[in-house]
Structure formats: C-alpha cells, structure tokens
Design a protein. Structure first.
Length: 714
C-alpha cells in the first residue's frame, strides 16, 4: 500500500485526544464490557486541566466501572502483544498532537480497530507498529539509508538490509502508553462468564456429548437389530463399527471444550478470590490466627481443583443419566420404572447427604489441627523457653484419635456411595426390564436399546459418583470462603465537582489544617463499644505532634483512621480540606504515610531496596535509589548495608538476611519517609531503639518529615 494512503487510512482510525472518553465508552460498549448508556457521558475532569492520559484513563475507568491495566512492551514483542491484548487503547502522537487508537480485536496478522465513525476496520499489524514507532524510526532510517548509499547494495537487498538494521536499532524501544480494558473483579461472576462466551462453550459441550450419546444408543439399536433379529452380516458390522468410530472425534471435541472451560473458569476463580482477599477489611480478619488464614488458602485451592475436576464429571454423568432414564422410560413399563428411579434418587440423596455431613465434620477437624500446628510452630520459641516440656504435646493424642475416627467414618460412607449406587442402578434397571421379558411387548431392537440404556446409566452413575466425591471438597470449602467470594461493588464514583487532581490538592491554601478531625467516632464491626469518641484534632503543615496515652486508649486506631486503613463510624475527617469520598485512595496514600506498630509491620521476602521503596513506584529510578541511600545513611543503616554481601539488593526477611529488631524498626521508619508524604505517622517506631540510634533516628525523621505525628507510651 502506498505510504501516503496508509498514513491517511491510519489517521482516519485515530480518535482525537479530546474524544478519549468517547473512544473508551464506544469500545467498552462494542466489547460488551458495559451496557449501552447515554452518549452525553461527562468526564470527571476538566479537559483544559492538562490531565495526563494515564490519569484520564483511570478516572474514565472509575466512572464507567471498568478495570484498566497499563501495559508496556518492547519493540520486538509488539506484534505478539497487539495480537493478544485487546480491547485496548493506545496513545499515538501525530504532528505533536495526542491521538488514541481503539483496538477491538485481532485476526491473524490483522488488527480490528474501532474508528471514530464506529466502524470496525481491519489493518495490518505491521502497519500499525510502523505508525506507532514512526517518530522514533524516521531519523534512524535516514541514518541507515545514508550509511548504505555508497555501498553498492542492490535495491531489493537494500530494503531488507534497512529493515533488519532498523529492527536492530529499535529493539530497545518500549511502547508504554497502552491500556488494557477489562471487567472489574466485583462484576457478577455470571456476567464475566457471559463476557468470555463460556456459557456458549458449555452448551456446545453438552450438545457434542448428546450427539455422542445418540450414536452410542444407535450402535446398540443396530447391533441388537442384527444379532437378536438373526440376520447379521458384514454390512451390519461395518455400520456398527462406523457408529463407534464416529464417537471418537465427538469425545475429543467434548474433552477439548471441557479443558478450555476449566482453564477460563479457573482463571476467573483465582482472579476473583485474589481480588476478594485484597479487599477484605482488616477488622474482618483481625480475630483470625495464622492457621485459620492458611486454612482459607487451602479451601481456595480445593474450590478450584474440586469444582472444576469433579463438577464436569457430575454434570456429564447426570446428563448421561437423564438420557439413559429417558430411553428406559420409553422402552419399558413407564410407571413401574418411574417408581424405581424415585427409589434410586432417594437412596442417592440419603447417601450423599451422609457423606457431605461426614466430610464437613472431618474438614473442620483437619483445619482445626492445621491451625493448632501453625500456632505451635510460630510460638515454638516461646513454648521452648516458658512452657514445661511435658505440656508441649498435651491434647494432640485426643485430636489425632478424633481425626482418625472421623476419617474412618467418612471413608465408610464414601465406599457405600461409590460401591452401592452403581450396583443399585444396575439391579433396578434389570428389574425395570422384567415386565418386558415377561410380557414380550417390545421389539428386539428396542430390547437392545433398553439394555444399552441400563449400561449407559451404570457408566453415568460411576462417573457422577467419582465426580461427586471429588467435588465434595469444593462444596465444603465453598461454605468457608463464600463470604470472601461475595465481593460487592462499592460505589466509589466521586462527585464531578469535588474530584481533584494531585496538583490541585497540593496547591490548596496552607492556612487550613493539613489534618482536621471533628466529633470523630470509631467502633469495630458488630461491636457497640466505641474505641474513639468525640475526637477533635487539627494538625497544620510543618507541625510535630506527640500523641501519648495508656495501652488500649485508641492511639493506634486513631493512626489507622487518619492513614485511611479504617473508616470513621461518625464524624468528620479531612486531609488538606478533603474527605475520603472526595479524593482517590491513591491520593490519600500520597498525602499520608504511616509506619504501623512493629507487630503489624512486615519485612517482605525480597531485596532490602524493595522493602524501602515498596510504597512508591517500582522499579525505582535513580533519584529514588539515591534518596534511599541517603535516608539509610542518616538512620545509621550504612554499616548494615556494608555487611550484607549484596548491599541494597540483598534478600531479607524470613528466607533471607535476618534483621535485628532495631534494624527492622529503622527500615520501617525509612519506608515511611521515602513515600514523600505530607503527613508521616510513626506508631511506636522508636520503642526498640537504643539511646544512640534513637537520637540519630529522631534527627533524620525531623529533617525529612514535613508534618509528623509520633505515637508513644507516656
């Protein structure tokens, strides 16, 4: 295609920068990420305010209830990324003006782009890549052409040489301004399944399996007609073999659909459970121990493994059982066999309920033992020093005995279910055929089909029972984590006239308090006792505040409320003139940094540098690293860095270099200071320091904290 025509076509596909909200909305509607809404959607920012594209995308995603993930890719991986990452918005700079490309989908080497005229247009992926890097590639290409001009290389070979050298020079180029649009994790699980068309795959799977069962029953009709009718020949046998062979591709296709559905649903489950876990309010798990939290992790794994593996076997088994029952009802005495089916279902429900209750009790015992074991492992040093050895294993024998009794009972019920039900079906199926044999009111082919139905039902019951026992773990685990899974959509949309950008917030008048509390109350969920009552406090920028009080007086709770970890029950809390509903959580974190109490803070199993800068952007820039070295030096951590073989890059934490109590305290202080917040809250951060390091740390904190609140005991 001519370069001028290509340039004109690409230009027609780009949305102007002023129409970004229209591009995001139209693409989201076209991809069924959101329902169709009015065309006069107003962005929650001023177009003349100079907002960056990243901030605009985040605000638009919040307004439209979408998830936005910014992705980046090197030049050599652009082809693969663009063919996989969609729907997406890509920022394009043309003639020093901002434009956006709305990627709807991909097909082989072509991208499907949503144009401003709301038409889907196909364009070669390579042409899009060329336009995305043209600003960077043009001077490099001219340099390469001038270099090859006097070499005498033939024109055809020269084009290949230019392309190869250009690819080599652009290898380190990174496309950074690309945003992937997705459904938010709190969206209904059924809607997420529909968005990925998994319900259609499920219907296709059942249809394929139903056709396979039809050929299965047809093969029984054919062989029964041939053998019982007494006129078997080569043609009948060939037809029978063909019917059996036809079932193979159908079975493979069913298995393929089952695998793809399992992968997609498993991904949705993991994403939903992870998102739910990260959104749990701290007060909802503050009463839980380490072992109980770990048991929920085990339950989550059981849900995925048991529900997907056992669920499909149960569904397909029940589907086969319905087909088999229908065949037998049509081919036998309907009323008599209907009574037998009722007897079978009643027995199955009775045995299944007994196994379910037994599994539930056994799981509770197992998780209780897990919790006890983890607690003993965590507190081993304390027990070793303070508890007499004769009490170390007290109660363990009775726990194991009860667990063994529960295991034996559960296994017995599982044996009854798996061994008895298939045989009961076989007996009842044969009993249902008794009137046929007695009165002889059925053809030989019909008798063969009825026998095939009995065997099909027998196979279905076996499959369903094994699937039921596998899925029972998921059912019991679901009862323990379903409250976590119910991640409700929180309406975080902010009023258009009060949402402000970071620059606008920072530029407010310094005459008002940085932190203002008025008649603030706080109480934990399901508790009538108020931890904080009628709190009134004003902290101005540049002040140093010492907050003292007895244990349990609510000092740490107040710090959590100010830092945004807890929300006040009643009253007014303003940071720089705004409450939590007027600015984003990210902006609140930018204004307030907190170092919680020692037992609530944690050293991650990563590099020392990551533990310092985890509150900011990662990976860090040179300025952030230099600031980290400066803070560490002023806190007296330089000798520690010199002792560690890898210095700042040394892995610390439980699996790495062990830090002392005082070193951890100074690490937590440095972590809070390096967030460059307007207000820094240190909750008993100096309690573990000796006098010398205390003086050093206080000087450093007073130097770098703009506004400071220190919590300490009297």
């Amino acid at each position: 295609m001519n370069s001028d025509l290509l340039n004109e076509k690409f230009q027609s596909l780009c949305w102007p920068g002023s129409q970004l909200e229209s591009a995001v909305q139209s693409l989201s509607i076209r991809c069924h990420l959101i329902s169709k809404i009015g065309s006069d959607v107003k962005p929650s920012y001023s177009k003349s305010s100079g907002e960056s594209a990243d901030n605009r995308m985040l605000i638009l995603a919040e307004d439209m209830d979408l998830d936005v993930e910014r992705v980046s890719c090197r030049y050599d991986g652009l082809q693969s990324m663009l063919n996989k990452v969609f729907p997406a918005i890509i920022r394009v700079e043309r003639d020093k003006e901002e434009h956006f490309l709305a990627i709807y989908g991909a097909s082989r080497n072509y991208l499907k782009v949503l144009s401003p005229s709301l038409k889907i247009v196909k364009i070669r992926t390579q042409d899009v890549i060329a336009e995305l890097v043209c600003k960077k590639a043009e001077p490099i290409k001219q340099e390469i052409c001038s270099l090859l001009e006097g070499t005498g290389v033939a024109s055809k070979r020269r084009e290949k040489a230019i392309a190869a050298l250009l690819d080599e020079r652009l290898a380190k180029y990174i496309l950074e301004e690309c945003w992937l649009l997705r459904q938010p994790i709190h969206r209904s699980f059924w809607l997420q399944i529909k968005y990925r068309h998994l319900h259609l795959r499920f219907i296709a799977m059942l249809t394929s399996h139903g056709i396979q069962l039809f050929f299965f029953m047809a093969s029984w009709w054919l062989i029964g007609q041939a053998i019982l009718g007494g006129h078997i020949d080569a043609g009948w046998l060939v037809a029978w073999v063909l019917l059996l062979i036809t079932q193979i591709p159908l079975s493979l296709f069913t298995a393929k659909l089952q695998g793809s559905i399992s992968i997609q649903v498993g991904m949705l489950l993991k994403r939903r459970l992870m998102g739910s876990a990260l959104h749990i309010a701290p007060e909802n798990i503050r009463h839980m121990g380490v072992g109980q939290i770990l048991s929920r992790v085990y339950d989550s794994e059981n849900i995925e493994a048991g529900a997907l593996n056992g669920g499909f076997r149960v569904i397909l088994g029940c589907f086969e059982l319905v087909v088999a029952s229908s065949v037998l009802l049509l081919g036998t005495s309907g009323t008599f066999f209907l009574c037998l089916i009722g007897l079978f279902i009643s027995t199955a429900l009775y045995l299944g309920r007994r196994l379910y209750l037994s599994r539930k009790d056994w799981t509770a015992q197992r998780l209780s033992m897990t919790h006890s074991l983890i607690e003993k492992m965590v507190g081993h040093r304390t027990r070793l020093i303070q508890q007499k050895s004769k009490y170390w294993h007290q109660g363990e024998d009775s726990e194991l005995a009860n667990y063994l009794i529960g295991s034996v009972g559960m296994d017995q019920r599982a044996v009854y279910l798996v061994a008895l039900l298939p045989r009961l079906w076989l007996l009842l199926g044969i009993a249902g055929l008794a009137p046929v044999f007695i009165f002889g009111n059925i053809s030989t082919a019909g008798l063969a089909v009825a026998l095939g139905g009995v065997l099909l039902g027998y196979r279905a019951v076996i499959s369903a029972m094994y699937g039921f026992t596998a899925g029972l773990n998921a059912l019991v685990a679901w009862e323990r984590v379903r409250d976590v899974f119910k991640l409700e959509s929180v309406d975080n949309k902010l009023p258009v006239d009060v949402r402000k950008s970071g620059d606008e917030i920072s530029s407010l008048s310094q005459s008002q308090p940085l932190c203002f509390l008025q008649n603030l109350y706080f109480s934990y969920q399901n508790s009538e006792r108020a931890i904080l009552k009628e709190c009134n406090l004003s902290i101005f920028s540049g002040e140093r505040v010492l907050l003292q009080g007895s244990s349990g007086s609510g000092k740490s709770t107040l710090a959590n409320v100010i830092s945004g970890i807890q929300r006040p029950t009643e009253g007014l809390l303003l940071i720089n003139g705004y409450d939590s509903s007027s600015i984003s959580e990210k902006e609140w974190r930018r204004l307030v940094a907190s170092a919680p109490q020692f037992h609530e803070n944690y050293v991650m199993g990563d590099s020392f540098l990551f533990n310092l800068l985890m509150g900011g952007e990662w990976p860090p820039n040179q300025k952030s690293i230099a600031k980290a070295y400066q803070i560490c030096d002023e806190l007296g951590l330089s000798p520690l860095l010199q002792r560690m073989p890898a210095g700042m890059l040394q892995t610390v934490g439980e699996m790495g270099w062990r830090l002392s109590h005082g070193e951890k305290s100074r690490l937590f202080i440095a972590r809070a200071l390096l967030q460059n917040a307007e207000l820094v809250i240190l909750d008993e951060s100096f309690a573990a320091l000796d006098p010398e390091n205390l003086n050093i740390s206080v000087r450093c904190v007073r130097k770098h904290a703009r506004t400071l609140v220190v919590i300490a005991h009297p």
